[in-house]
Design a protein around this ligand. Sequence first.
Ligand code: UDP
Length: 365
Amino acid sequence: MKRVLVAGGLGFIGSHLVDRLLKRADVGELTVVDNLWTGLRDNLDHPADERLRIVIGDIERAPLSGRFDEIYHLASPASPPWYMAEPLRTISANVLGAMRCLELLEPGGQLAYTSTSEVYGDPLVSPQPESYRGSVDCTGPRAAYDESKRCVEAMLFEARRTRGVRIKVVRLFNVFGPRTRMDDGRAVSNFVTQALRGLPITVYGDGSQTRSWGYVDDILAGLERYWWRDGVDYPGPLNVGNDREIPVLQVAEYIQRRFPGCEIRHLPPAPHDPTNRRPDLALAGQVIPGWTCAVPYEEGVDRTIAWFQARMAGATRIPEAPEPILLPAALVPELRPAARRRRRLTAGVIAWTDEPPPGAAPARA
Ligand code: UDP
């Protein structure tokens, strides 16, 4: 029987992972370590399973005895306002957390890690294959997250090369769905909670920046197949995400239509906000053939609305997300909500140009 450890198992994705791990008959003991920084105790209130043990503490130093046959390291905030509020703690959770996971791994055991599409930074190729090395600013506002994820990838691949550690690294793209915090601050959860509270939906910049929104059940189905179900022997990195790319404004407008009278408010852009993001899933097609994201974002958003609605109905207090870091309004003379950014695709390399809004006078030389 396997001893399994999930670091970050009370979090949004971690708790869904725990549910799936508990369905396995070969898991004899499942330990969750979570410091409740962004995780929620309620996320695992339901499984009454005597194999499950929850340790509240940091993965870097929580008291744990013995070694584990499988370790899943998801202990990190993933929402920009959360990781930007505590960047050093973010680096520690990822990097020192991964060091600790290596120490806790039984020889011959498997260490799985959730890296991120953020390793591609603001990508200059679209879609992004795993071979793309990214365009990341190592001192920018997103660096604590991006670079610690990149550092852990380096650490794990070197552990594999020098010590033969079995690793499975995935790069997740914008996952959303039930069990996100009400004060999470990421796009879908923020838009939904704002609309449910009768507040304006806040779009940073003109909303033309794109993401590929993956519904949590689809993403977990892919992770489960890659990490244990299909017996895959491939270290990664593996893109796991939905490859339908949608501008942020379109998601905001979809949610707005679900809440008549709801306003969309454009705020200044977030500095270094990636302009686009879309996974190349060719490798995923070979490693876990036939896996696709079956839930369109519209349906995923509807399910997320229903989940937040139920959760907010029982809440006595609705917490606020940490303040996002946005460009000072003085630096953004006009937000140009009507402007459209046109994407030029040349041999897989994309460039963005501003296009005047329809009907605007042609620019003068
Ligand atoms: N975003 C937004 N309003 C919000 C939250 C996010 O316009 O209230 C934008 C954000 O600037 C980014 C996109 O939505 O372009 C996705 O942001 P999220 O925080 O969900 O994830 P990211 O991909 O930036 O890590």
